[in-house]
Write a protein that binds this ligand. Sequence first.
Ligand SMILES: *Cc1c(COP(=O)(O)O)cnc(C)c1O
Length: 369
Amino acid sequence: MQHPRKRLKLMMPGPVEVDPAVLAAMAEPVRPHYGAEWTEFYNQTAGMLRVVFGTAQLPLLIVGSGAAGIEACLGSALLRGEKVIVGVNGFFGEMLVEQAEFLGLEVVQVDGPWDRPLDPQRIAAALDAHPDAILVAVVHHETSTTLLNPVAEIGAETRSRGTALLVDAISSIGGVPFEMDAWGVDFACTATQKCLGNPPGLAPIAVSERGWELVSRHPHKDHGWYLNLHLWRDYIANWGDWHPYPITMATNNVVALRKSLDILFEEGLASRFRRFEQTASYFRSRAERDGLELYTRSEWMAPVATAFRSPPGIASGRIVTHMSENYRLKIAGALSQLEGQIYRIGHMSPITTEGDLDEVIEALMAFQP
Ligand SMILES: *Cc1c(COP(=O)(O)O)cnc(C)c1O
């Protein structure tokens, strides 16, 4: 069957379909990455992210994918051999463990079942067993299962013990409420190509006062130059109104991000969150009515993506292939230990409508086992 749309419509949990107004901003002529005029624009844009992160700190825009932000934070905060507790209930938790290990950190892995949120009491027990741990790292929206982990509750456990908290909020910030300061998060990391509705390219991060204290312990630690937050902070301190980063900023990505934030604030952050909730509940109730089986409880899933169980005896990869070959819809399969068992639909783009999700369900219903 030939589908009239040649291009794949992105319906996986990131990267996402991008608003044409944001794409047009991305395509504007290149601007200089330094100087008073550009730097004012840059600082305003980063400043707009404060509300989205729920912090008084000024976010930094690391050039790279989301993992660059995580590596900058983990690598700058901790020295080789220092201990970090990582909560794992999905593939991206496993990736956090791997990132920590590659940086030479000593990892205490706290595993939880992959079909429910992390239990803050398990993290608390690990903290009590490892009082020398300097930091806890968890994923907020575990995109591999669409589960949302209880960061506020985990933050209460780390804060009461004086341990730092790093959160991979790559696929939640902008789509789900995130309260960095209120929850006691010290390092919050996201990426532009998920709920923020941009092309890939930037990793916005924010660091608390306590997080900066950890970074300042070892200004010349050995994890490299590019992702050294101590260096990034020096540029903000010394060149803050002219060139507030050590590298050439990806200016077109920043212009696009600004456009997407203008659109976000026009809609209002609370209205945006409500709209995502409504779209998710519309999608899931129609899907269940049509006989599709949710991977786990709807209230445990982030409102920006949905995982379904593959029918018995059918590898989910076949459904993913059916969707792209016959309907030009890109959805995602399963990762790691869930291989073959689930498939995932993203609805984290600000321009995804109920109509897009109707199209997904109709295409799923046409799958012939
Ligand atoms: C997408 C994603 C990542 C990886 O981000 P990159 O931009 O590919 O580096 C990490 N963690 C989570 C939770 C994600 O959704």
